[in-house]
Design a protein around this ligand. Sequence first.
Ligand SMILES: [Zn+2]
Length: 232
Amino acid sequence: MGFIHQTQIISHALFAVFYPNQCQICDVDLTMNEKHVCLACSYDLPYIAQNEYQLQQLQQLFWGRVEVESVFSLLNYQRGNQTQRILHQLKYKKKKKLGSYFGEVLGATIIAETKFDLILPIPLHPKKERQRGFNQSSIIAEGIAKKINIPVSKKYLIRHAYNESQTQFSKYDRWQNVKRIFKVMHPHELENKHVLLVDDVLTTGATLEACVVELMQIKNCTISIATLAARI
Ligand SMILES: [Zn+2]
């Protein structure tokens, strides 16, 4: 056995000790060829089909509210399903690599769309980002960027209100809660640009809508949306 080969085996063994590679959905041990999610779970995930019908369903969430060019999403989100588990692992168990991995998978589904100029992750309030240690939308955005080769920028959007967890609010209250909480910085730089807004999950659309409302004030700024998951 050559030295290099031996080193590889040892480092893999050490890696396995420090970072036990288990499926983030069902906890089974992963084989060396599996990443983050085992093959069985991966086949089982509720992927949103990239067909006209489903893409239109996603877009319909914004009809009559704000103007959005395209909406992309990877996984169907329902209470208690595998998608919810993935989002939970990312946000609360801080599985950043999992988020980045699925960001890449999402990026691969929109790779034909080379028309974007910039990817803008939906920001967290700085206080919340400090508490969590990262912004899950940025992690997903970086994954997408790796595939579609378009820069991610965090300098344009800021969130200036700290809103409480939204789960206990009705749809109307959620909208009241997120309205006017985003501010666009350097708006002139976004004139005549097509931006891809990225968030982790699309449910009522209220958060994304609040952000789109601000971006729509910019001259000839086109807005598309990509989320890891959506409830449709
Ligand atoms: Zn699994």
